[in-house]
Design a protein around this ligand. Structure first.
Ligand SMILES: Nc1nc2c(c(=O)[nH]1)N[C@H]1C(S)=C(S)[C@@H](COP(=O)(O)OP(=O)(O)OC[C@H]3O[C@@H](n4cnc5c(=O)[nH]c(N)nc54)[C@H](O)[C@@H]3O)O[C@H]1N2
Ligand SMILES: Nc1nc2c(c(=O)[nH]1)N[C@H]1C(S)=C(S)[C@@H](COP(=O)(O)OP(=O)(O)OC[C@H]3O[C@@H](n4cnc5c(=O)[nH]c(N)nc54)[C@H](O)[C@@H]3O)O[C@H]1N2
Ligand code: SF4
Ligand SMILES: [Mo]
Length: 749
């Protein structure tokens, strides 16, 4: 179906032009390197074709010319001496050793085809999982590659797929779609659009958007709307920049978000502050939700969450009576074991207040093409899906980008059940340093594979330990591409400005190897042909979109009242009941609790008080910083200077009790493992809570496995996390609330 009525920004220059003796390419900064949001940028190259300068594109309504330091440091990534710029191969017997040999692309591709086809013939295509990291420019290419090869096991190797997918899957199951806060991002004229209004309240929940710019949300919009009068409610254990400026800061104990949401719902229901009309007309199961929330009176919730009763009441009242509101939620909602009930409870806060499909409220994002994860779905056969690992156990995986369960994959590797795995294709993922809980177990399990391909920009602990073939990929400056879908609400192109070594774009790699696996599934001659094919429904070719991007879809509010949110054209939401399901028919059918609930973390001051005496800190991990994107950027001088060492944030009183000081190295440890951190004393946290960086390894340290794989086993905080324990639905895992203690390093450690 072709979409008409795109709204465009007026450009007075083409996407490539010359200025001040340099060549400028207007493009979209979609990974790699790190960041998955796609700001408008201007890349400046000199006559030798070298990238010399990066600026924000002031014409792009998304970021309005603003840039952060990771884009400003782009030249140091693109020309980093550590980059791998040719394919590498290594004998399996020498895994874990720096025994690489350079190869041509043809040689590498031939080797991969021969080995993959051999495994497919003997054990079935499903015995090769295809692994990606977070949403970079990868999902459509890797899914199509996996599916065209015949493997249903496309996966994100994080326990419980505990990033974004729990919120997406949970929202899809209970409301029929994903929702985003209305910050006017769907209008090219943004805040000037006459239909738009700023929200009365923004509830920032477990998200630090100014630093993270996650899930299609550009953090500085927060400041833009605060300037236009919006007030903040922030739910965060730390006093972040936004929390400091909030009308209400709820300093929550990590891992208790669902209890807080249920407590706030109870206040709103008891005080009759909800939107009766919206609930009567558009919600299903309100009485059951109210009954579930009644089990969480505010005094009980105060005990669980460590937030004073009065603060919870005041925030709930302000939110419900403000007239409009958006929820800007983040990773902390996913990184709790029972993340779907948490998302269900938090979602109900906007739903029962009727903050749906109105200006300054939550909206269903208009998607130009929801192609991410869907490009090639027609290639999935019933036989393939019958082999998708975890689908028999977790029905909800159907709503989560068609993934296999990473928790079940590790078991399959260990036990050979339901069948043996023999190969892997790992692209944009350094899971030994970043996503995987229990890195030791992960390494042992994945090592068993006969043949592993890694596609990355840099040599990583994961590639060093596991790969037999390494394929070098491009940063966004080096390739053509498109940025649509993913709640992006606009169509952008990524436009190549430079070349580096023999590196190839991820999509090009998929196209070339895909043609060898299954030529019919990859009929395009060039990457640009493939992009134009994807864009067909928009009526633009890739070349045309390059000139006019960003392109915005038509948008109107109140689409549930106009039959625009369901494929059958009926009014309502795309659920079985046509309503927002506070009592979920889908969860019920899947054998899950149909109403939201809270589960205390398996270890915590409340669930295991004796253990809390031995391990007297609640440890949350992974709060983002300005300088690094996950395990990336440790080798980039200007970024590393901002975060030279992995830190743990700690209240000064806690540090004083332990006798440790700011800048001192310590071990964080519990019975599962330990990691080193540098203490950063800060009063932004409760004395009982710690916050530790994630994703650490040292590119400058010895890489061989016997020498410690770039220090990853000294530094990886995931060694303290539960080993592959997902939520009941298969979604969610505890990355942000475990117990630990702190010990000073001894001499020689
Ligand atoms: N303890 C703890 N662990 C966490 C988290 C946490 O909060 N706490 N956060 C989790 C979350 S939310 C996520 S999403 C994951 C992220 O996990 P991942 O996305 O897997 O992150 P990385 O480990 O940095 O791996 C990314 C790799 O891809 C490479 N790369 C970057 N861009 C490109 C590109 O364009 N092409 C190719 N081929 N390679 C590229 C990088 O060099 C890097 O080696 O980490 C999770 N891990
Ligand atoms: N610079 C940078 N930007 C990134 C990334 C990166 O690595 N670096 N990663 C990207 C990815 S893949 C993701 S998923 C996003 C994630 O970005 P966010 O959603 O912002 O997630 P975090 O930074 O992990 O945590 C956000 C806030 O949650 C708080 N928090 C910690 N534990 C809890 C808890 O139990 N409950 C509540 N309510 N709050 C808690 C932290 O103090 C922190 O301020 O960032 C993306 N953007
Ligand atoms: S948010 Fe920052 S790092 Fe990400 S694309 Fe925009 S400027 Fe670049
Ligand atoms: Mo993430």
């Amino acid at each position: 179906m072709r979409v008409d009525g795109y709204r465009l920004v007026e450009h007075d220059k083409p996407f490539r032009y010359d200025e001040d003796g340099l060549h400028v390419t207007r493009t979209s900064a979609w990974s790699g390197p790190g960041c998955h949001i796609g700001c408008g940028v201007l890349l400046h190259t000199d006559d030798d074709g070298r990238l010399v300068k990066v600026e924000g594109d002031p014409e792009n309504p998304f970021n309005g010319g603003r840039l952060c330091n990771r884009c400003l440091a782009l030249t140091e990534v693109v020309y980093n001496p550590d980059r791998v710029v040719t394919p590498l191969v290594r004998d399996r017997a020498h895994r874990g050793e720096d025994a690489w040999r350079q190869a041509t692309w043809d040689e590498a591709f031939e080797m991969i085809c021969e080995r993959f086809e051999g495994i497919k013939t003997r054990y079935g295509a499903w015995s090769i999982p295809f692994v990606q990291g977070t949403g970079r420019d990868i999902a459509p290419w890797i899914t199509r590659l996996a599916w065209s090869f015949g493997s249903p096991n496309y996966m994100f190797n994080m326990s419980g797929m505990a990033c974004y997918l729990p919120r997406v899957a949970g929202c899809a199951a209970t409301t029929g779609s994903f929702w985003v806060g209305d910050f006017s991002q769907q209008f090219p004229d943004r805040y000037d659009n006459p239909a738009w209004e700023p929200p009365a309240y923004i509830m920032v929940w477990g998200n630090n958007p100014l630093v993270a710019n996650s899930d299609g949300f550009y953090g500085h919009w927060m400041v833009d709307v605060m300037r236009r009068g919006s007030k903040l409610i922030v739910v965060d254990p730390r006093l972040t920049w936004l929390a400091y400026r909030a009308e209400h800061w709820l300093q929550i104990r990590p891992g208790t978000d669902a209890a807080l949401a249920l407590g706030m719902i109870d206040v709103i229901v008891r005080e009759d502050l909800y939107d009766h009309d919206f609930v009567d007309q558009w919600c299903y199961g309100f009485e059951e939700l109210a009954a579930a929330a009644a089990a969480y009176p505010v005094d009980k919730v105060a005990e669980i969450t460590w937030i004073p009763e009065e603060k919870i009441r005041a925030a709930a009242r302000a939110w419900a009576t403000g007239g409009s509101g958006v929820l800007q939620w983040g990773l902390a909602v996913d990184t709790t074991k029972e993340s779907l009930p948490a998302a269900h409870a938090i979602g109900a806060l906007w739903q029962i207040c009727g903050f749906c499909e109105k200006p300054g409220c939550m909206i269903v994002p208009p998607e130009i093409l929801a192609y991410s994860g869907g490009f090639g779905r027609e290639l999935v056969t019933e036989e393939m899906d019958a082999h998708r690992i975890g689908l028999d156990k977790y029905a909800l995986l159907k709503f989560g980008f068609q993934v296999a369960s990473s928790d079940e994959v590790v078991k399959a590797l260990e036990t050979g059940e339901p069948y043996e795995l023999h190969g892997a294709w790992i692209q944009t993922s350094n899971f030994l340093a970043c996503t995987a809980t229990d890195p030791d177990r992960t390494l042992e399990a994945w090592k068993k594979l006969d043949f592993v391909v890694v596609v990355d920009l840099f040599m990583t602990p994961t590639a060093m330990a596991l790969a037999d073939v390494f394929l070098p990929a491009c940063t966004f400056a080096e390739r053509n591409g498109i940025r649509v879908g993913d709640g992006a609400q606009r169509g952008e192109t990524i436009n190549k400005a430079v070349s580096v070594g023999e590196c190839k774009p991820d999509a090009q790699i998929a196209l070339e190897i895909g043609k060898r696996f299954n030529p019919e599934a990859w009929p395009w001659d060039t990457l640009e042909d493939m992009l134009s094919h994807i864009l067909e429904c928009t009526g633009y070719s890739f070349g045309e979109l390059q000139e006019i991007a960003p392109a915005y879809l038509p948008f109107e509010y109140g689409r549930h009242e106009k039959g625009l949110l369901r494929p059958d054209g009926q009014v309502g939401f795309n659920t079985q009941t046509g309503r927002i399901e506070l009592w979920s028919t889908f969860y019920h059918a899947a054998g899950l609790n149909p109403v939201p609930y809270f589960e205390e973390p398996a270890e915590s001051p409340l669930s295991t008080p004796e253990k809390f005496e031995e391990y007297p800190f609640v440890l949350s991990t992974g709060a983002r910083n300005w300088f690094m994107f996950h395990s990336e950027h440790r080798q980039v001088p200007h970024l590393r200077a901002g975060r030279p060492d992995p830190i743990v944030q700690m209240h000064p009183k806690a540090a004083a009790k332990l006798g440790v000081h700011d800048g001192e190295w310590v071990w964080l440890e519990n019975e599962r493992g330990r990691c080193k951190r540098v203490v950063e004393c800060t009063e932004i946290m409760d004395e009982r809570v710690l916050m530790a960086d994630h994703g650490w390894w040292l590119p400058e340290a010895p890489g061989a496995e016997e020498d410690g794989l770039y220090g990853v086993f000294d530094l990886n905080v995931n060694q303290l996390l539960p080993s592959y324990v997902p939520g009941e639905s298969g979604f969610g895992a505890n990355y942000k609330a475990v117990l630990c203690r702190v010990r000073r390093l001894e001499e020689g450690e």
